[in-house]
Design a protein around this ligand. Structure first.
Ligand SMILES: [Ca+2]
Ligand SMILES: [Ca+2]
Ligand SMILES: [Ca+2]
Length: 249
């Protein structure tokens, strides 16, 4: 390929990309909204009348895997939600969740690309993967000794995911929290010598919502008790793990 042909090729490619990006319309909607929720008016955004949408048989291309979530009312131009959208199921831990749609109008044929950004809501509580946890600490443990605790998970992203832990008030242990890129973990740090006593501690995983809710669920396990709770459908989520450390002679 000579130099002229080489540059001509890339000019055509770049113009094609530019044209397709110009043709893309971006909307956003929160996950879990009710069926029928209107996301935007597609006739207005395409600068054509709703009547023209109908006469040109405008439609979301049904072949796309995302087509089941959205539809267009060609009488009004409204783009609306027609099925449950669960961001966690569609995008997992990805910070950005965008669904692509293709739409077609006829006479003349015109192809459109739509991008729907799915916004996260705080619909999942933090949870501990280990529902049972017993911490054994010897009586001669040194002050400052650290004891890693189970890590809580939260299926939401950003500010709706796990943000911190809280430890119930006690005189023996403090909590040291480590914030990594992938997870937040915590260690118990011994602050006062143990003397064969047993003490119940409560570890709480808290996400970044805006309301505190706790609903503990305890089970008994061979002298120690462990509890774990998930709180459903509340703006702010906590998961509580209750555990009783056993002091060994
Ligand atoms: Ca969800
Ligand atoms: Ca969510
Ligand atoms: Ca959450």
């Amino acid at each position: 390929m000579d130099v002229t042909k080489y540059y001509s090729f890339w000019i055509v490619v770049l113009l094609s990309l530019w044209e397709s990006s110009l043709g893309q319309i971006v909307y956003s909607v929160s996950e879990e909204v009710n069926k029928g929720t209107v996301i935007g008016n597609i006739a207005k955004d395409l600068k054509i009348s709703a009547q023209e949408l109908e006469t040109r048989m405008f439609q979301i291309m049904p072949a796309g895997s995302n087509a089941k979530y959205f539809d267009v009312n060609v009488k009004t131009g409204s783009l609306f939600v027609k099925d449950r959208i669960d961001r966690e199921e569609l995008c997992g831990s990805n910070q950005k969740c965008a669904l692509n749609l293709e739409a077609l109008a006829q006479n003349p044929h015109r192809f459109y690309r739509l991008e729907i950004i799915i916004l996260d809501i705080n619909d999942n509580a933090p949870f501990f993967l280990d529902s049972n946890y017993i911490l054994n600490v010897t009586e001669d443990a040194n002050l400052g000794e650290r004891f890693p605790l189970p890590i809580a998970k939260d299926s939401d992203v950003g500010s709706n995911s796990l943000k911190e832990y809280k430890l119930s008030s006690n005189e023996y242990f403090s909590l040291d929290i480590h914030s990594g890129q992938q997870s937040i973990s915590a260690d118990l740090v011994l602050q006062k010598a143990l003397d064969r006593e047993k003490q119940a501690l409560v570890l709480t995983g808290v996400d970044g919502g805006n309301k505190h809710e706790v609903a503990p669920l305890n089970t008994t396990l061979s002298g120690a008790y462990v509890g774990c709770t998930n709180v459903a459908n509340l703006p702010k989520r906590k998961t509580v793990m209750n555990f009783q450390e056993t002091v060994l002679d």
